[in-house]
Design a protein around this ligand. Structure first.
Ligand SMILES: *[C@@H]1O[C@H](CO)[C@@H](O)[C@H](O)[C@H]1NC(C)=O
Ligand SMILES: *[C@@H]1O[C@H](CO)[C@@H](O)[C@H](O)[C@H]1NC(C)=O
Length: 141
């Protein structure tokens, strides 16, 4: 076995152990869409985000944020309610979760009446799972 083979074997086993550890923790991943979401000004749209495998998210905290904003939160869900005071004023009354879907691990964000300034990269974060994904929104004129 030359050095390269030894390295690939090592990498393979490290990867296998990593996968094993993570699957044994029985935790879901936070999954978003592969493609950007495209919207037109005034549209009501959904930024998809799901727990996979499905886990009940009703009692979990969910944070939707844009790191380029201050305050950065677009929606904060905690203890079964939305914390409106945390959210960036430009999203007041315009963002929501599908509360009936949380039990199915569906933590997608609804944005109503899309504005040009909504364009950006959104982070969907579940603190309890320490998992997050990003969803890109492109707004056409
Ligand atoms: C948000 O909704 C509340 C209740 O319907 C209303 O009183 C308030 O004026 C709205 N705020 C904005 C910025 O639209
Ligand atoms: C999540 O809920 C929304 C709103 O009901 C729905 O459009 C979407 O398809 C759901 N996503 C999944 C993966 O079920």
């Amino acid at each position: 076995m030359d050095l390269f083979d030894r390295c690939s074997v090592l990498v393979f086993y490290t990867a296998a152990v990593f996968v094993l550890i993570h699957s044994c923790r029985g935790q879901s991943e936070v999954i978003g869409p592969l493609q950007p979401v495209v919207a037109l000004i005034g549209d009501d749209i959904i930024l998809p985000c799901n727990l996979d495998p499905v886990m009940n998210a009703l009692d979990m905290a969910v944070e939707w944020a844009r790191l380029d904003l201050n305050p950065r939160f677009v929606l904060v869900w905690r203890d079964g309610v939305e914390l409106e005071s945390k959210k960036h004023p430009s999203y007041t009354n315009r963002t929501s979760l599908f509360t009936d879907e949380l039990k199915n691990g569906n933590i997608s964000l609804k944005i109503s009446k899309v504005k040009l300034s909504d364009e950006g990269t959104y982070k969907c974060f579940v603190p309890e799972l320490k998992r997050q994904t990003t969803v890109k929104l492109v707004v056409g004129k």
